[in-house]
Design a protein around this ligand. Sequence first.
Ligand code: PEP
Ligand code: MG
Length: 325
Amino acid sequence: RQERYRQLRDFPAETKDGVRVGLMMNAGLVYDMPHLDESGAEGVGLFRTELQFMLSSNFPRTSVQQQFYSRVLDAAGDRPVTFRTLDIGGDKVLPYIRATAEENPALGWRAVRLGLDRPALLRSQLRALLKAASGRNVRVMFPMVSEIDEFRRARDLVEKELAHLDRFGYERPAQIELGVMIEVPSLLFCLDELFREVDFASVGSNDLFQFMLAVDRGNAAVSSRFDPLSPAFLRALRLVAERAAAAEKPVALCGELAGQPLTAMILAGLGYRSISMTPASVGPVKAMMRELTLAPFRSLLDEMLDPLAGERGAEVVRRRVVDFA
Ligand code: PEP
Ligand code: MG
């Protein structure tokens, strides 16, 4: 099998009926970057920047961050990298940022909330990213955005940092694209406004499921309820893909769902044309895509998700998708 995946490395993930799905990889350290070549991923769809911060014993200076991002971009060459700004707080604690005890850390002071309340932290990271990307392309995305105004405020900080580069004579990036993670359900109800403002979005299916179904992603006592084939959840994913297509904005998905052939197949059927996964999943997912005929599978999904067709649980969806495959 490994040998078969290796042979597929330089072939696209294209379905039998000619639909291309970009397969990207998730990363978080410079050491992850060689996996780009090994896996045949087309780029980094999610770079979790907090990992570097978690390994450090103090808040890394802007210059240290800059060197790090620069090495990541060097390693990627002309393949795109989507950097996610710090997603700390909640379960990801930094010893040097005083954490207050929170009763519900997943719903607490974390991710972009922390960055907007402590703009010096976020600005240091944005400055490092923009300087590292001097003269080249960079994509930056903000985690845990729950209303559009948070994106606007984060974008204002990027503008301030660009002005800073100009003032001190640094070259700007050749191109900057700014996006959000869709992982808080409130964004599902303002997708049209959202897609008017962002350059791209990526669904964080781990958190989106956790918040939509109110099932803690890390709690073993409810893990049997963490079933993303829930029709309600699949409809939400389909809605995101539809509204993005209507707005002609690129949308991706970068949660665990992207990395299993069965669920990746469903994502392709729901309209996703870019998905990001752990490097080891790229081969198996590509092998599946190349065997898939998408058009009849889309019809099957639409039929299963049709609310008029009667209630169908995740188990029914799973069985019928397995039968199709
Ligand atoms: C997600 O929430 O789906 C995601 C990709 O981000 P993380 O797992 O880092 O929260
Ligand atoms: Mg998340």
